[in-house]
Design a protein around this ligand. Sequence first.
Ligand SMILES: [Zn+2]
Length: 436
Amino acid sequence: MKFALLSLSAVAALSVLLTPAVALPTLAPIPASYNQHRVVRIQVRNEAELKALSDNENALDFDYFTHEKNVGGHVDVRISPSAFPKFQALNLEYTTLIDNLQTVLDEEKKADAQYQQIWATTSKTKNGLSSLKEGDVSASFDDTWYQGYHTYADHQAWLSEKISQNPGKASGFSAGKTFQNRDQAGIKIGSGPNHIVFHGTQHAREWIGTMVVEYLIEQLLKGTDSRVAGYLSKYTFHIIPIMNPDGFVITQTKDRMHRKNAQVTNGCIGTDTNRNWGYKWNTGGSSTNPCAQDYMGPSAFSSPEAKNIAAYLKSLPKVVSYIDFHSYSQIWMTPWGYSGTRPPTYNYMNGLAIKAAAALKAVHGTSFTTGDIYNTIYPASGSSVDYALSIGVGAPFAVELRDKGTYGFSLPASQILPSGRETWAALAAILDNLQV
Ligand SMILES: [Zn+2]
């Protein structure tokens, strides 16, 4: 990366000389410490072990990083140092993915801080964010946005700029207000009769989702070839980079591992909005414990975030696809999550997912698996894609982006652009094959 050649003092000097185009972003300190917290991968060998996991998850305060709780599968779990001896006593088979989570988070924070300095200076020298275009990561300034993660304020500025710089092609919208009164801000691109909705970061800690969604926005706006022009006349895209801004802000100010929204129940922060949607809510694979990471909320659509997006989907005349981008695990999933009985359109949806995974792999060789949530991964009720299918959305997908557990939610920034490029190829494969 060319910026490595800039000495820190040179960067500092530039900072003094130049007022940043956007307010100098600072990531606030994160007081919640994960010192000595481990992330382990547990192999579930039999029913007894599956039961042991379920019976002990509250007592051991498990934070499930992945949710593949079935025999023959594996599940990634964060365990605190105080709970670790009790976990060991269960005699489950496990491997350690991350020995000390705080070390990974410290590395991430250090990289963020270095990047923020570069961003503050280069964004000014290039007159704002306007000149982003696809190019080689090592050779081009224009990919700078995708060389690091960004503050919430910067994401807002980025989206506003995309909207204002593309009059006639794009417009802004808000799907509604969050619990803490933030907008679920989005951009509408294209003019086709077939509507497509997607968003990132329903789960707050899954930062790569927002960056990838922004990359997709970029491709739709910049595309000058006939292929993209065809997409924009066939489809109208409604894209929300940050579906859960309250939670996203929490990950940047208080707790990097926060997953849920900001509603407080019994002293615990957050409803898992992706267990709160109003179709087959509370029918398995979600928790009634307000402190659990998959807390379903007190009633269906008790979270404004899920409720707003649902209403937005319903307000559109013909939604042919909906994509909810998550991380991590590398899976392109289809409904149902609540039931193992496959919907009538399963073969159509999974056929698209298979095409998406093949196109994705052709870019950087990254392997994604496909399948319905319940049978491939885990039972999960009250999810966004189940709701979307239930109201007639043609092809809803829940996508788990990179990686497969090496870094988990703290995916190194060097993987943002490759993730964006391969996901764009996957999206294009879907756009080429959707039945409208
Ligand atoms: Zn997620």
